[in-house]
Design a binder for this molecule. Structure first.
Ligand SMILES: [Zn+2]
Length: 358
């Protein structure tokens, strides 16, 4: 393993160029160009790795309007591609992950009362937390009203329609726990989002996130740029690609100290992400996929999918009377046995649990 880790990840090489916008994290004016992407047919950006803070970002960053348009097109494209059955399975998976996460907090003797989840998706992760802490109050924040309506209807969660980049003073000092799963890679100003999380938390509050390991996530775009010298296709708005050390430093600067910080899932690494140069690892060349095609023509094909929560969670092992079996099954399905330091920049995903220290 150690021998392998000497060779991977393979560091990026590229030209140092002037940025169009300064680095959002540290203000640096130059950076290393490691890719060039087309976000649908909406806009084109460079992928720039900051040599100071190590964060890779789109330059220029997407605007709010561009993000909204691309996200809608992606939502339609995805709804037509993913079946109801697999969506239903995802709900149960997220529920179990919530159960596992909350059980781990309980073992740490942490007892949250107020939780905020940013970008909750189906809300089943927080519902899993509620299974372990039945008295907890959950608030969810999203920009999309359909997501909020779903969360309210399924789980009765309180809702806030906003983006995490906007500061809402009403939320100051209100929460014991903030959850941001698969959110940080999407936000246009991650430093601000982390600052806000700190302010929304009470003293000693916890911040939990998962986010892709940026080195592996951006590898495909790097290869396409470096070996084909062409723009690659970006359909889902990953606008930040995190370096394990860079993300840790950013959190530390915002008064967060790590409780748990690790990467997991190394299937992608074994297959070559982050180090192997092969056509298979490259991102598809951009075709400037038409966002209007989905927004104008395909939207009528999207059917609203209804889920009955009782049916979704109707599993033999999900019962209030036998919570230890629910916990055991959640652990069986989702616990991560191999964990490495994110600073190694290998593995598919980064898991973070951080404590507010000030
Ligand atoms: Zn920077």
């Amino acid at each position: 393993m150690k021998e392998l880790l000497k060779k991977i990840p393979v560091p990026f090489k590229g030209e140092i160029i002037d940025r169009k916008e300064n680095c959002k994290i540290c203000g640096e004016k130059k950076g290393m160009q490691i890719g060039r992407v087309d976000y649908w047919d909406i806009t084109s950006s460079n992928l720039i790795k900051c040599t100071l803070c190590r964060l890779v970002q789109l330059d220029p960053m997407l605007t709010e309007e561009e993000t909204a348009k691309g996200c809608l097109a992606y939502y339609i494209e995805e709804s037509l591609r993913v079946t109801k059955e697999s969506q239903g399975k995802d709900l149960v998976r997220n529920f179990r992950r919530g159960v596992l996460f909350a059980s781990s907090l309980k073992r740490k003797d942490f007892h949250p009362k107020e939780i905020l989840e940013l970008g909750p998706g189906s809300g089943y992760f927080s519902e899993g937390i509620k299974f372990i802490y039945p008295d907890v109050n959950v608030t969810v924040m999203d920009v999309n009203n359909e997501v909020l309506a779903f969360n309210k209807q399924q789980h009765g969660f309180a809702t806030v329609q906003s983006t995490p980049e906007k500061y809402i003073s009403n939320l100051e000092n209100k929460f014991d726990l903030i959850v941001a799963r698969d959110i940080l890679e999407h936000v246009t100003d991650v430093a601000e989002v982390i600052q806000h999380a700190n302010k929304y938390l009470k003293a000693n509050g916890l911040f939990h996130f998962i986010t892709p390991n940026g080195h592996e996530d951006v590898w495909k775009h790097y290869l396409t740029f470096n070996h084909r010298n062409k723009n690659s296709e970006l359909l889902i708005n990953h606008v930040n690609y995190f370096d394990g050390k860079g993300l840790l430093d950013l959190l530390a600067r915002n008064q967060f100290s790590p409780v748990e910080y690790y990467t997991y899932n190394f299937k992608t690494t074994r297959r070559g992400r982050g180090w192997k140069v092969s056509p298979k690892q490259m991102a598809p060349l951009s075709t400037k996929k038409s966002s209007d095609f989905y927004i104008k023509n395909e939207i009528s094909k999207v059917r609203e999918i209804h889920f009955d929560k009782k049916e979704v969670l109707n599993k033999w092992y999900i019962q209030n009377k036998i919570k230890f079996i629910t916990r055991l099954m959640s652990w069986y399905h989702h616990s991560q046995f191999i964990r490495l330091s994110p600073e190694l920049n290998v593995g598919h995903e980064i898991y973070g649990l951080f404590k507010k220290i000030k």
